[in-house]
Write a new protein. Structure first.
Length: 461
C-alpha cells in the first residue's frame, strides 16, 4: 500500500461507512455508562447539558479526526507521519503514544463485552431468570466474576468474533457483519423501548429523564453536572485514538465530513437517548435506584426483568442488544489496529489479524483475571481492580489527551487551510472557516480543563 492509497481497501457504500463509524462510537458508553451517569446527575438537566457539549466538542473533533484519515489514506499514526510538510517536529512520535489507546481500550473492553454475551446466554438458558431476589442476583454476579474460566472464556470468545470478522475482509467481513449487527441493534432497541414505556408507572421515569428540573442544581450541583456531562460527551464518541480516523481513510470525497459527522453523532445520540428510555421507566416502575452506578445493568435491571411477565425473554433481548453494541465497537477498533499493522508494518491482513488477535487475547488476561486470581492487585487503592486502572488510563488520559493532540496537530502541524479543504470536499454541510479561533484555542482549553479536573479529583482532592 502506498501513501496515495491506490491499493488500499475501500468500503462498499456510504451506508457502510456511516454504520461502521457509528458502530465504533455506539457501545457500552451509550448503553451502560450513559444511563447510570444520567441517574447520578439529576436526569433531564444533565441530558440537556450533555447534548450541548456533544455538539460543541464532539462534532468538531470528529470532523478533524475523519479528515486526517481521509487526507492521508492511512491510520492516525500514519497521518501524523505523512501529512506535515516541511516540519522538523516528529508529530508521529507523541502520536504513537495516543494511538496505543485503541489497544488499551480493547484489553478491558473485551472482558466487559464477554460479560454481556455471558448474560445473554445465561438468560437464554434460564439460570439468571430463575434468581428470585436482589440478594441472589448479586451473589450470581459476584460468583461469575470470581470464575477465572468463565471470564477468560467469554473474553476469548469476544476476541475470536472480532478477529474472524476482520479476517473476512473490510467489505465482506467488517462492513457486512457490522451492518447486520447495527440493524439488529436498532430493532432490539425499539422493541425494548416499547415494552418499557408500557410498564405501570413508566411516565414518572420518562419525566425524570426527559423533563428538565432545577432540583439537581441543589442536590448534585451545577459544576458537578457540567463536568459529568462534558466527560460523557467526550467519552461516548471514542475520539482521539484513531478508531474514527481509520474509517475516514476508507471513503471517497463525495460528501463533506461535517455532513457525515452530524449523521454519525445523531445515530450515536439516538441510541444513548433510547437506552435511557428503556432503563428509566423500568427503574421507576419497579422502585430501582437510578443512580445505583455501574451495577445498574448487571444487578438492578435483572431484578426488574425477573419480576416482569416474560422477563426471561426481555432479559435475553436486552443483553443481546448490549452485546451487539459492544461487539460493533470491538470490530471497529480491531480494524483500526489491523490497518495500522497493514499500513506501517506491511503485513498481510491474515498475519495482522492473527497477531492482533493473539496479542489482544494475551494482554486482556490480567483484566479477565482481575476479579478472581489477580483480585489482590488493587492499583488505584483498596477495592480497585485492574479494569479500573486500564479504564482510567484510556478514559481519563489517552482519550482526552489524544483529542487535544489532534486539535494541536490541525493547528500547528498540518495547517488549518489543509484541514478545511479536506473537511469541505464533497456535497453537504461545510465546516465553517470562521470557527478557527474556537477550534484552535477554546476547544483545547475545554479538553485540557476536563483532563485537569479529572486529575485533580483523582489524585489531589
Amino acid at each position: 500500500m502506498g501513501d496515495n492509497g491506490s491499493s488500499r481497501e475501500t468500503l462498499g457504500s456510504r451506508l457502510g461507512f456511516i454504520l461502521l463509524t457509528a458502530g465504533c462510537a455506539i457501545g457500552l458508553g451509550n448503553i451502560w455508562r450513559f444511563p447510570f451517569v444520567t441517574g447520578q446527575n439529576g436526569g433531564a438537566l444533565f441530558v440537556l447539558i450533555y447534548l450541548v457539549f456533544l455538539f460543541m466538542l464532539g462534532f468538531p473533533v470528529m470532523v478533524m479526526e475523519l479528515s486526517l484519515g481521509r487526507a492521508s489514506r492511512r491510520n492516525l499514526y500514519g497521518a501524523y507521519k505523512t501529512l506535515p510538510k516541511g516540519s522538523s517536529f516528529k508529530w508521529h512520535w507523541p502520536g504513537a503514544v495516543f494511538f496505543t489507546g485503541s489497544a488499551f481500550l480493547m484489553i478491558f473492553y473485551t472482558t466487559v463485552t464477554g460479560w454481556m454475551i455471558a448474560y445473554a446466554v445465561n438468560y437464554l438458558n434460564g439460570s439468571v431468570a430463575a434468581l428470585g431476589n436482589e440478594k441472589e442476583i448479586i451473589g450470581y454476579f459476584n460468583g461469575f466474576l470470581a470464575s477465572p474460566g468463565r471470564n477468560v472464556g467469554y473474553m476469548l470468545l469476544t476476541v475470536l468474533i472480532g478477529s474472524v470478522t476482520c479476517y473476512l475482509g473490510l467489505q465482506k467481513g467488517v462492513e457486512r457483519i457490522t451492518k447486520l449487527m447495527m440493524a439488529g441493534l436498532f430493532l432490539l432497541l425499539l422493541g425494548l423501548c416499547i415494552r418499557s414505556c408500557t410498564l405501570p408507572g413508566a411516565s414518572a421515569g420518562l419525566s425524570f429523564y426527559l423533563k428538565p428540573s432545577l432540583e439537581p442544581l441543589e442536590t448534585v450541583g451545577l459544576f458537578n453536572i457540567i463536568v459529568a456531562a462534558l466527560g460523557q460527551a467526550f467519552f461516548t464518541l471514542s475520539l482521539g485514538v484513531g478508531s474514527i480516523a481509520i474509517f475516514g481513510s476508507y471513503i471517497d470525497r463525495d460528501h463533506s465530513l461535517a455532513k457525515e459527522s452530524l449523521v454519525i453523532i445523531a445515530l450515536d445520540t439516538i441510541v444513548a437517548i433510547l437506552a435511557g428510555v428503556i432503563i428509566f421507566p423500568a427503574c421507576f416502575s419497579y422502585g430501582v435506584d437510578v443512580g445505583s452506578g455501574p451495577g445498574l445493568v448487571f444487578i438492578s435491571l435483572p431484578n426488574v426483568f425477573n419480576h416482569m411477565p416474560g422477563g426471561r425473554w426481555w432479559g435475553v433481548l436486552f443483553f443481546l442488544f448490549l452485546s451487539s453494541a459492544a461487539l460493533t465497537t470491538v470490530i471497529a477498533v480491531f480494524e483500526n489496529l489491523i490497518a495500522f499493522m497493514i499500513d506501517e508494518w506491511r503485513l498481510s491482513r491474515r498475519k495482522a489479524v492473527l497477531l492482533n488477535g493473539v496479542g489482544i487475547g494475551v494482554l486482556s488476561l490480567p483484566c479477565a483475571l482481575g476479579y478472581n486470581l489477580l483480585k489482590w492487585i488493587e492499583p488505584l487503592g483498596k477495592g480497585s481492580t485492574i479494569l479500573d486502572l486500564e479504564d482510567y488510563i484510556v478514559s481519563d488520559n489517552l482519550l482526552p489527551l489524544g483529542s487535544l493532540y489532534i486539535v494541536l496537530f490541525i493547528a500547528a502541524g498540518w495547517g488549518w487551510k489543509n484541514f478545511i479543504a479536506e473537511a469541505n470536499s464533497g456535497h453537504g454541510v461545510k465546516f465553517p472557516g470562521w470557527m478557527r479561533v474556537y477550534v484552535c484555542w477554546i476547544i483545547p482549553l475545554l479538553i485540557f480543563g476536563l483532563f485537569a479536573i479529572g486529575f485533580y479529583r483523582r489524585w489531589l482532592q
